[in-house]
Structure formats: C-alpha cells, structure tokens
Ligand binder design. Structure first.
Ligand SMILES: CC(C)(COP(=O)(O)OP(=O)(O)OC[C@H]1O[C@@H](n2cnc3c(N)ncnc32)[C@H](O)[C@@H]1OP(=O)(O)O)[C@@H](O)C(=O)NCCC(=O)NCCSC(=O)C[C@H](O)C(=O)O
Ligand SMILES: [Mg+2]
Length: 287
C-alpha cells in the first residue's frame, strides 16, 4: 500500500470558508484548524464567483495561514467558472486543489492535465462516485478524499438520521478505497452548527470508522472535532504500555503479550506506534 508523504500531517478539522467572505478568510488565520478548504463552489453565489476567485487569489498570495493545509475547492469543469478557477490556482502556493463531484477517474484526468504540480483531492458526493470509489482512489495524482454528504444525501433521496444509516455504505466504500491507496480521507459536514452533542456523536462515529478528520462549516465546531480525532491521554498511555509489553515479550522470544486482558501482537504494536506518532504530530502543531 503506497503511503502519501502527507500521511502523518493532522487533518482532524478541515474548515470550509466561502471564498467571497473576506472577514472569514482573515479570521481563519487565527483559528486552530488543521486545514482550510477555500471554497469557490457551492458556498459562493453565481454572481460572486469571479470576485471570489480574485479575492482568494490575492489573499492566498499575501496572507500567512501558518501550518494549516490550504486546499482550494474549484468549480467543476462543466460550469462557466471551473477552467478559470483551475488556471488561477494551478501555480499557487497551496497544498491541494479539491475537485467537486468526482464521478470517475476521467474527471481527475481533466484537471490533472491543467495542473502539473499541485496534488488533487476529490469530493466524493455522487452515487456514481461511490460506485467508482476504488478507481478514483487509484488515480496517480490523488492525495485525499472529502465526503460530500449533503450532495450525496440529495442524490440518494436520503433523510438525515443521527445514526447515518442511509450513508454508511457510501462512507465505507470511500474509506476502503482511500485506505487501500494510502489517501487522506475526511468525513462530511454536520449542518446543525449549534448542536454540539450531535456534532460530537457524528465525530465519534467518523473517527471510529477510520476517518482522519471531519469537514466543518463554522468555527464553533473546531474544538469538539479536534478533540474527537486526536488520540486521548488514555489512548496514548495504553499505546505506550502495549509497545513496552510487546517489546518485552519479543525479548523473551514470544510473539504475543497481554495488556489489560487483551492480546498484543505485532499488528497491535504497529497501531500503537501510529497512535503515538499521531499524538506527536498534533502536539508539534500547536496552533
Ligand atoms: C453558516 C454560516 C453562514 C454562519 O455565518 P455567520 O452567521 O456569519 O456566523 P457567525 O455570526 O456565528 O460567525 C461568527 C464568527 O465566525 C466567523 N465565521 C463564520 N463562519 C466561518 C467560516 N466558515 N470560516 C471562518 N470564519 C467563519 C464569522 O466571520 C464571525 O467572525 P467575527 O466577525 O470575528 O465575529 C457560515 O458559518 C458559513 O458560511 N459557513 C460555511 C458554509 C460553507 O462553506 N458551505 C459550503 C461547504 S459545505 C458543502 O458544500 C459540503 C459538500 O460539498 C457536501 O455536498 O456535503
Ligand atoms: Mg457538495
């Protein structure tokens, strides 16, 4: 399984900012998010698209977003704005271009041909995209996937449910595809941005499924999300004990240790080391 160079960078909280909102673009420079999606697509009205592109281009060339990953979501190439958006940001100092509504690898080919160097990320948000998730994840230029659960819910005719039952197959298809190809994958947004309990539950579900983090629409969602997707103190403490116990077992010529009544084998020790590396990467971030 190829592992992207980006794999250890934290992507717990990935905040959308509408590209036309100058105040929000400025505010984000001080927010404790791991990544920002500067949006030119659905968060920008048609008559604002050209202004938003120019504003974002200026802001990204002048402003310092520190360690936060900078991802620009462009409009689709089937719209009036997509080609100009891509041309504007193809040479920009950003971490990725996020392509909306990717349905097949050909959608990424079309953008890759216009963007020689910047990594591509894919919005996974259409029924066709779900069925082609494995082929999309295998695209050589793809580094990350973002679940677009609003568009997907619309196309599926699904209702919102706190347990996300109507979404689970889609979420898991994309997770399988992303993990098989060593991609970053972040969960969809939680629309009710004043409902902390609902957000927490959805974060915990996404984290338990294996997502690297969650996309957000409002600063009020950051703290809960960062906490949910970071290893807890208890996770770190257990990981250390598992590694110590496994190393001791190996020294005694054993392949299995037991910690808190559960076996620890090579694979569990590997997971424990990943937890420690993740905790370290988050601690180093200190935004
Ligand atoms: C939802 C909002 C419209 C709410 O905006 P507003 O009423 O201005 O919120 P507040 O007054 O509570 O804002 C408080 C301060 O926070 C700043 N702010 C607000 N939102 C953001 C943000 N996203 N990033 C940075 N800063 C933000 C305000 O400027 C206030 O600052 P201050 O002046 O200092 O007090 C709004 O939050 C919003 O527009 N959110 C983003 C919506 C969006 O991006 N939607 C598109 C992405 S979702 C999607 O498309 C997913 C996918 O494609 C799918 O299909 O699922
Ligand atoms: Mg969408």
């Amino acid at each position: 399984m190829p592992i992207s160079d980006d794999r250890m960078r934290p992507y717990r909280s990935v905040l959308y900012i509408p590209g036309a909102r100058e105040r929000a673009l400025e505010k984000a420079r001080g927010l404790p998010v791991d990544a920002i999606i500067f949006d030119l697509e659905d968060a920008v009205a048609a008559d604002e698209k050209t202004n938003a592109r120019a504003l974002l281009s200026r802001v990204l060339s002048e402003a310092d977003y520190g360690p936060r990953a900078r991802i620009v979501r462009v409009n689709g190439l089937d719209t009036d704005w997509g080609a100009d958006d891509i041309a504007e940001f193809a040479g920009a100092a950003i971490d990725a271009i996020l392509v909306p509504k990717v349905g097949a690898p050909a959608d990424l080919d079309a953008v890759a041909g216009r963007v020689p160097d910047v990594p591509l990320w894919a919005m996974m948000e259409t029924p066709g995209g779900m069925l082609n998730a494995a082929a999309i994840a295998a695209h050589p230029r793809l580094a990350g996937m973002v679940m677009g659960t609003n568009d997907l819910g619309k196309d599926l005719g699904a209702r919102f449910r706190p347990d996300r039952l109507p979404m689970l197959t889609s979420l898991q298809l994309c997770l399988l595809a992303a993990k098989a190809h060593g991609l970053i994958i972040v969960d969809g947004v939680y629309n009710a941005f004043k409902d902390d309990e609902g957000l927490k539950a959805e974060c915990e579900q996404g984290r338990d499924m294996g997502f690297d983090g969650k996309t957000l629409i409002h600063p009020a969602q950051i703290e809960i999300t960062n906490a949910a997707f970071a290893p807890s103190d208890a996770d770190v403490e257990l990981a250390r004990r598992q590694i110590d116990a496994f190393e001791a077992a190996k020294r005694d010529g054993q392949g299995v240790a037991v910690v808190d009544g559960k076996i620890v084998e090579n694979l569990h020790a590997a997971t424990a080391r990943q937890i420690l590396a993740r905790a370290e990467a988050i601690a180093e971030r200190a935004i």
